[in-house]
Write a protein that binds this ligand. Structure first.
Ligand code: ZN
Length: 694
């Protein structure tokens, strides 16, 4: 099962990642961490910009200077490899994204008109939103971004940027280009969603991403039904690294590899990976990097599997990278991987606590409320590390995961294990940047508020750790049942996320975690229960627009879980909806009973996944996870407005700068750029390798 989480890079160890990677994103974090000691921020400024519903943060890379010169060189080469693929995610997200981005870059650099006008400011907001989302669809909702300036103003921008070199098609003039761009940028109905997961549409045709061309959902299903051998004990992740298109009436996969689609960018990635392999920390890491390079050259998914196995085996290295076509959330069909790169090194101190959980993975499996036949007899190789991120690119930037669990291939996970990481310095940055206020506004009792201030950080970290280490690693399919992508289709991701969350929630009120020494009391579990219910039933609604329902998999999963236990607990008043001073609160009256309900739902979700019960899975998500309470949404948005915080955060990346002497790298320094626009323009200049259309 693929999960969700993201993976990352991690310390080498890491990741290889693909696994569950998922992006758990920021919300958990920003919502519950109450007050942060701003005074301790010292000189480092965490939050640098805010626009639309987004904010731009920075993160530190503490400990980088203590790495050896060889490790620093390795990190530098790997960061270059990661950034070299940046164009790929734009093109994967939408076939016109590179054109739009290059147009924006040229205008920002060359526009000679009034840069203080409201319209120009609105254009800059749009530009920053596009950079934030790696394209013209919102990174999270996947809906098309709607600019707050007119088509006439775009014309003005184009005509008054005389030094600009716009991405024209052959023979195109400025006025043709402007006409071609108009519907792409201004018509919300043209390519309206990047990923359309609705239950009643052709999810392939109605998704604007560039993973498929001229094919229908039915054709995709038939194509892979023919290829996938149900009896293969070691099936590759078919469709992971290609575009599926039609040539002369026949379906063909255009593979992303050297000499194939995206070759110009992949050649650069390979160039830097080969340099990295030459300074690898040890033989195992060198082997993994060479196998990754080979896979980029052949495009053979069996080479990718070989790489993942080598990567899982590398547990000793300090530096690690997740690099490749990894997570499949961008594809409504769950086949194609979005390009991402997460470079990191191991945080040994924080990793120790997580190792305690991994060590007892079998105990958690044995004591889980799921049915015996759905329990793994042997949970293998679950490792969980806290990593310090050095640099992220592709789908992992500017918006980042906070935990990564890879590889995604279930048989590799089962036979060789997987790596789970928590992105320690990213979490730290979220905490430092989040103002007080959210919990004061949405918490009900003083007791609840005090608890968050005391345990909010720990409970969030533990939830993430349990979700990744134990949750995604748990459970098994019944014999003969296909992968979740096959059986549960567009509901697979939400159900898998729900399963991992439920494992975490169930155990966060278990004394076992105190025995292990990872939490001081059950107050930590109560904190997480309060936070999860508050977010799942209420706070996450702020991310939607009026009239919208919930589409994103993690949001669906969270509401499904919270709404299900709310309903099932009604007769015992387990969770109470309270109105006070015209404001709504969800108050938990019985934490132990709530834990029992989480256990019951976990058992059912695991059954749905293990048996591939599409009908029951669909009913859970559609009945509990999709419909957004519009009145509550309105209320939440109003209450949030006073808090001056944006619902989504992304990051400016630290920059690695080699110090040269006689053409040799003698040191590598980390710089922390302050300006998001400047970094985006620099990236556009330094890492732009693909044609406008691919
Ligand atoms: Zn997950």
């Amino acid at each position: 099962m693929k999960k969700h989480h993201k993976f990352f890079i991690l310390p080498l160890i890491a990741l290889l990642v693909f696994g569950c990677g998922k992006k758990e994103k920021d919300e958990q974090v920003t919502e519950q961490r109450g007050e942060q000691p701003l005074a301790e921020q010292g000189e480092f400024k965490y939050k640098v910009d805010q626009f639309a519903n987004l904010q731009i943060l920075r993160y530190r890379v503490p400990g980088f200077e203590d790495l050896s010169l060889q490790q620093k060189k390795l990190a530098y080469y790997l960061s270059q490899a990661g950034l070299s693929g940046r164009d790929i995610i734009y093109d994967q997200n939408y076939r016109n994204n590179l054109t739009v981005r290059r147009m924006i870059e040229q205008i920002v650099i060359h526009f000679q008109g009034d840069r203080e006008s409201d319209e120009f400011k609105n254009f800059m907001v749009f530009a920053k939103e596009v950079w934030f989302s790696n394209g013209i669809h919102h990174h999270y909702s996947t809906k098309k971004l709607v600019p707050d300036f007119s088509p006439g103003y775009l014309k003005n921008l184009l005509e008054n940027s005389s030094e600009a070199v716009f991405p024209f098609n052959q023979g195109e003039r400025l006025e043709d280009f402007e006409e071609r761009m108009r519907p792409i940028i201004f018509d919300a109905n043209v390519d309206a969603k990047r990923v359309n997961l609705a239950g009643n549409v052709d999810n392939v045709k109605e998704s604007a991403n560039n993973f498929y061309r001229n094919v229908s959902k039915q054709e995709v299903e038939n194509f892979y039904k023919k290829i996938i051998d149900k009896n293969d004990p070691e099936p590759p992740l078919y469709g992971l690294n290609s575009q599926l298109t039609k040539e002369n009436g026949k379906l063909v996969e255009k593979t992303w590899k050297v000499g194939g689609m995206y070759s110009a960018a992949i050649e650069k990635i390979v160039y830097w990976l080969e340099k990295a392999a030459s300074v690898a920390e040890n033989v195992q890491q060198k082997d993994a990097l060479e196998k990754l390079t080979k896979y980029y050259k052949t495009g053979d998914l069996k080479d990718f599997d070989a790489y993942n196995i080598a990567w899982v085996k590398d547990t000793a290295s300090v530096i690690d990278i997740t690099n490749g076509f990894i997570e499949v959330y961008g594809d409504a069909m769950g086949y194609r991987g979005s390009y991402e790169s997460v470079l990191s090194f191991k945080d040994p101190v924080a990793s120790k606590r997580m190792a305690m959980l991994a060590h007892d993975a079998q105990w958690f499996e044995d004591n889980s409320p799921i049915m015996d036949e759905h329990k793994k007899k042997e949970v293998t190789g679950v490792t969980y590390k806290v990593i310090t991120v050095i640099n992220e690119a592709g789908d992992a930037a500017p918006s980042t995961p906070i935990g990564i669990n890879l590889p995604n291939s279930s048989w590799i996970r089962k036979n060789y294990g997987s790596k789970s990481v928590s992105l320690g310095n990213i979490l730290e940055a979220y905490e430092q940047a989040s103002g007080p206020g959210v919990i004061d506004e949405f918490g009900y009792s003083q007791e609840e508020k005090d608890r968050v201030k005391k345990y909010g950080v720990l409970s969030g970290d533990l939830h993430t750790a349990m979700h990744e280490v134990i949750g995604h690693a748990s459970g098994q399919l019944e014999p003969g049942v296909g992968t979740t992508a096959e059986t549960l289709k567009n509901y697979a991701s939400a159900l898998e996320e729900g399963r991992a969350d439920l494992v975490a929630l169930y155990y966060l009120m278990d004394p076992k975690l105190m025995e292990l020494g990872v939490m001081p009391s059950l107050e930590v579990g109560k904190t997480e229960y309060d936070s999860y219910i508050r977010n799942g039933l209420m706070l996450q609604l702020r991310r939607l627009k009026e009239g919208e329902n919930i589409e994103e998999a993690h949001m669906r999963n969270r509401q499904m879980v919270a709404a299900w236990v709310f309903e099932k607990g009604k007769k015992d008043n387990v969770i109470e909806r309270v109105e006070k001073d015209g404001k709504t609160f969800f108050v938990i009256n019985d934490y132990q009973k709530l834990r029992v309900l989480f256990g019951e739902l976990l058992r059912e979700v695991q059954r749905v996944i293990s048996q591939g019960d599409f009908k029951a899975g669909k009913a859970l998500i559609e009945n509990y996870g999709v419909i957004a309470d519009q009145d509550l949404m309105k209320e939440v948005k109003e209450r949030y407005q006073h808090l001056h915080t944006a619902p989504y955060s992304g990051f400016i990346q630290p920059k690695l700068i080699p110090v040269m002497e006689n053409e040799e790298i003698v040191d590598v320094k980390v710089e922390y750029p302050m300006d998001f626009v400047e970094q985006m323009l620099d990236y556009g200049k330094d890492y732009s390798f693909l044609p406008n259309q691919n």
